[in-house]
Design a protein around this ligand. Structure first.
Ligand SMILES: [Zn+2]
Length: 304
């Protein structure tokens, strides 16, 4: 199938022309949303993964390879997040600009100053999809600010004539976030020290930002489905915590498992909106974070 795809890609690439506008491809919607803020009107951003799919396990499509073939800059999260699906698309796209190590290829986790859960040594033997460290930075807007700055610098290096615009756009986005961060921290302050049970280990940056605790995750390890005995042990631990911890799950995780855990532990279940654009009111990063925090607050308020 890949060779037919490749032929299709090459035929279209032959018709290519010099682009005045920068073409950015982002692996995930959250990364694309940050890139859009920085790029402004100076180019286009194509996002590969749909906002409703588990970012660790995305179905590769021919259209993704086409977008990669024409890209000037590929932004991915890195730390192995896209390990299971992106590398064959990047290779198959036959675009030398975006291959690993090239200026047109940027792992945005490399821009995050304090990555969490980075292990002393890499070990995938248990099937852990976070073996390189926790990649879910976009749940912390302060880290999103760092990523915006780094994306602006990379765009400036690729297109020095527009460097001032990219830096100005990134600064405006950071400023808008500064105001939001202050408001969000105030809204979430009453819940400091409260416990969460995320389905997946995706909320460590949010917890780090807002002073929330993580009792455990529904998955025994990132990317590993829970066994009945793991769930039974988890429910027993949850029952000992007052007020009860809130179970938090992205929509692509097994909602009936999440609901069962919450019900048996006497806890609330919060279903998050997925990635940016996963629900109608989450079209940009700020709107998405508003929704994440609104749902979380509802769950924390109702847990008694
Ligand atoms: Zn993950």
């Amino acid at each position: 199938m890949f060779s037919r795809l490749l032929l299709f890609v090459l035929l279209l690439a032959g018709a290519g022309s010099a682009a005045a506008q920068t073409r950015v491809v982002a692996s995930l919607p959250a990364v694309g949303a940050i890139a859009r803020e920085v790029l402004g009107a100076e180019g286009t951003v194509t996002v590969l993964a749909p906002p409703t799919q588990d970012p660790h396990f995305v179905d590769g499509k021919p259209t993704m390879m086409l977008a990669l073939n024409k890209a000037d800059l590929l932004l991915d999260v890195g730390l192995g997040l896209e390990q299971g699906w992106l590398p064959p698309l990047v290779t198959g796209a036959r675009n030398p600009r975006i291959q690993p190590g090239q200026p047109g290829n940027l792992d945005v986790m490399s821009l995050v100053q304090r990555p969490l859960e980075v292990p002393a040594s890499l070990d995938r033997s248990l099937g852990d999809v976070h073996a390189g460290g926790n990649p879910h930075f976009w749940y912390d807007p302060r880290r999103v600010q760092e990523v915006a700055t780094g994306i602006a610098e990379r765009l400036a290096a690729l297109d020095p004539g527009k460097a001032a615009t990219f830096r100005k756009n990134a600064a405006a986005f950071r400023k808008r976030l500064d105001a939001k961060i202050a408001a969000w921290e105030k809204e979430m302050a009453p819940f400091r020290g409260r416990s969460l049970v995320p389905f997946h280990k995706s909320l460590v940056y949010l917890e780090d930002w807002l002073g929330l605790r993580e009792l455990a995750t529904v998955e025994p390890l990132p990317g590993i489905s829970p066994s009945p005995s793991h769930l039974a042990g988890l429910i027993l631990r949850m029952r000992k915590v007052q007020p009860p911890p809130v179970v938090v799950a992205e929509p692509w995780y097994n909602q009936s498992t999440a609901r069962t855990v919450a019900e048996k532990a006497g806890a609330q279940l919060v279903t998050l909106p997925g990635d940016v654009g996963g629900t109608p009111d989450t079209g940009d990063y700020v709107a998405w974070m508003e929704m994440v925090l609104a749902r979380l607050r509802t769950g924390l308020e109702e847990a008694k």
